[in-house]
Design a protein around this ligand. Structure first.
Ligand code: MN
Length: 305
């Protein structure tokens, strides 16, 4: 770590996205709107649900992005307008490519008490891919690397000599690192990537900076490696990518380029346009309404929920 490349410490904002469902939102934030094409990072839980309760996100639309879920503990069913109904289990990734438009719901089973712990991210699609047809994929098997110090699961891109099958369109990486005990190790970085590192559980120091849950450490491009010390059983999420070259707007569940596109997407959802399809499974529940356009400012990176 050189003096020209100080580590930026970003405190996540705590939000409640449903009853008992607390998340720490790390990006976007006022310092860093994106890390590579990663344009949204929520650390959800761990939260304990009693029998009869759970996460229930009703049908809502997306454009211009991929939604990416890394499940650590618990189960959530993804239901979308393409007809997919997919339960995601721990150590799996769900990837939904919204492209020109899709809608989905996320519902956790409520037949017994459960714990939910996940990372939910969005990936901005560049102009050449943001109008593509939507698609959805569940990835039950991600490559892992076991060392004396940690077990790494490569969620996106390549790291530690293995490559994830998860399909993305710009140079990106995401790695889940689990250390069972106190350990210190060095990870090689790609100097053309910027990185964000957050703590999912445990206690760690990264290049001498302490890392807490709900905090993101940002590393600009130009770094060749990072030293991670785990002071207990610890779980870390590292994301990175080549800085995104296009200016994006984020509003509600949409990633676009202009205010007019946002207004069009909002109107298409309100008018039940075929663009977003139809979710037929009754367990998904009623459609969510878009917030009022008053929350839509041309300021890049703004988001109202
Ligand atoms: Mn969604």
């Amino acid at each position: 770590m050189s003096i020209e490349n100080p580590i930026l410490r970003i405190e996540g904002r705590i939000a409640e996205i449903g009853p008992g469902m607390k998340i720490a939102r790390m990006i976007p934030n006022r310092f860093q709107r994106t890390i590579g094409a990663w344009c949204f990072l929520d650390h959800a839980g761990p939260v304990n649900f009693a029998e009869g309760s759970g996460m229930h996100v009703h049908p809502h639309p997306h454009i211009g992005l991929q939604t990416f879920t890394w499940m650590i503990e618990g189960q959530v069913r993804h239901i979308d307008s393409l007809g997919n109904s997919q339960m995601i289990y721990p150590n799996q990734v769900n990837l939904m490519t919204a492209g020109k438009g899709i809608s989905h719901a996320e519902v956790s089973p409520t037949d017994k008490a459960s714990t939910l712990h996940a990372a939910q991210l969005w990936i901005a699609l560049e102009d050449s891919h943001r109008h593509m047809d939507p698609q959805f994929q569940n990835y039950p098997d991600l490559p892992t690397v076991e060392t004396e110090c940690f077990q790494a699961t490569v969620l996106v891109g390549s790291c530690l000599g293995v490559t994830s099958p998860v399909s993305v369109f710009t140079p990106l990486v995401a790695v889940d690192l689990v250390a069972k005990q106190t350990s210190t190790f060095e990870l090689e970085l790609d100097p053309s990537f910027e990185y964000g590192i957050t703590l999912l559980e445990g206690e760690a120091t990264v290049d001498g900076e302490s890392l807490e849950t709900g905090t993101l450490l940002y590393f600009a491009t130009g770094n060749k490696n990072v030293t991670i010390s785990c002071h207990a059983a610890t779980r870390i999420l590292m994301i990175g990518g080549e800085p995104f070259k296009e200016d994006i707007l984020l509003w509600w569940n949409f990633v676009a380029r202009t205010q007019a596109e946002m207004e069009q997407a909002r109107s298409d959802w309100a008018m039940e346009s075929p663009l977003f399809g139809v979710i037929t499974d009754p367990i998904a529940g009623p459609r969510l309404d878009a917030p009022s356009l008053e929350g839509l400012h041309l300021k890049s990176g703004s988001r109202t929920n």
